[in-house]
Design a protein around this ligand. Structure first.
Ligand SMILES: NC(=O)c1ccc[n+]([C@@H]2O[C@H](COP(=O)([O-])OP(=O)(O)OC[C@H]3O[C@@H](n4cnc5c(N)ncnc54)[C@H](OP(=O)(O)O)[C@@H]3O)[C@@H](O)[C@H]2O)c1
Length: 311
């Protein structure tokens, strides 16, 4: 990636952002800053702040050795960090993604904000340990910020290991994931009985079941939430194709359907960070812009739902 590519991305981003001024952070709300500032939420178990927009890597980073795809992803990563990004989410389940991330990070500049989040996805204690050590080697990180148990797989075994690792300082945060509304009942049981830093599940404007129990439960239990599939795997864009963005979206500094969907997700008070995936530079510019400016309030969120359901 060339230095002026970053500048171009930056300029595109600033144009995307327009004249909007951002709130300083989401806690306390409503403060006005003099310049755009990345919106962040607190990780309850530590008080650390995390930008509300992260980066998913399922499918998009599974490029193997395809050089054209990799050089494009190098620019996606650089643009992510240039626009205040921190959390990258991956998994051994995502083919070559962890290897691609690690190799691209070697040449990514200004990446000190990296918050490296992966998962363990296997059966058995020793197999889990081997997998997490291999992920660490592939990413090129000494210690992950977050390791999550992927889709509840053999969760009791891995949770024991992760608790030990956290105690020994081998990982900073531990969590568990599901998606697409699967296993919510079992996940709720785990959240009630176990002490976790993070929980990850699906929540978007078309799939709001997490509002009923998971989001309030995570808030009650003091757990940070990572939201996967904020675009329902990209399907939400099909629903609004060719439809103009309503003018009233300017009231919360929204300039695209991508920002509409992401601002809907991160404006829920129990959401810590959403992790949209993209393979395209102009989409990461768009997505990162959702992490700046005003967010919709409760009344506006209802209007967004009504409008989305009417198009
Ligand atoms: N159980 C689990 O732990 C679990 C399950 C599912 C997902 N996840 C995590 O969550 C992440 C996100 O979920 P996801 O990847 O399934 O789906 P998603 O983020 O909802 O959607 C990704 C799709 O949206 C498109 N897209 C992204 N930004 C766009 C924009 N601004 N405008 C138009 N299209 C845009 C992407 O295509 P382009 O490449 O063309 O931009 C891609 O096809 C995953 O990558 C993964 O890290 C975890």
């Amino acid at each position: 990636m060339k230095a002026n590519d970053i500048l171009i991305s930056r300029r595109n981003f600033i144009i995307a952002l327009g004249a909007a001024w951002a709130t300083v952070s989401l806690s306390p709300p409503g403060l006005l800053a003099k310049e755009p500032v990345v919106l962040k939420r607190i990780i309850p178990s530590s008080g650390e702040l995390l930008p509300v927009i992260g980066l998913g890597t399922s499918r998009t980073f599974d490029t193997g050795d395809n050089q054209a795809a990799r050089s494009n992803l190098a620019e996606v990563l650089q643009t992510f960090f240039a626009n205040g990004g921190a959390l990258i989410d991956s998994s051994p389940m995502y083919g070559s993604s962890e290897r691609v991330i690690g190799e691209l990070l070697k040449t990514t500049k200004n990446k000190s904000s990296l918050f490296a989040a992966t998962k363990v996805w296997t059966d058995g204690e020793q197999s889990g340990i081997r997998q997490m050590e291999e992920s660490s080697r592939l990413w090129g990180v000494n210690k992950f910020d977050l390791i999550q148990i992927h889709n509840l797989r053999d969760w009791k075994t891995h949770l024991n290991t992760l608790k030990d690792w956290k105690e020994q300082g081998k990982v900073r945060y531990i969590g568990i994931t599901t998606s697409h509304g699967r296993s919510h009942a079992e996940l709720e049981q785990i959240l009630r009985s176990e002490s976790l830093d993070f929980v990850q599940f699906t929540y978007n404007i078309d799939n709001r079941s997490a509002e009923q129990r998971l989001l309030p439960l995570a808030a009650d239990r003091g757990m940070a939430t990572l939201i996967n599939r904020p675009f329902q795997r990209g399907n939400l864009f099909g629903r609004v194709k060719g439809k103009p963005l309503p003018e009233w979206t300017a009231e919360f500094d929204c300039k695209s359907w991508g920002q509409y969907f992401l601002k809907f997700v991160v404006s829920h008070s129990a959401v810590t960070c959403s992790i949209p995936a993209t393979s395209k530079v102009h989409h990461i510019v768009d997505n990162m812009a959702a992490g700046f400016g005003r967010l919709p309030d409760a009344e506006m969120r209802n209007r967004m739902i009504r409008h989305f359901e009417s198009v």
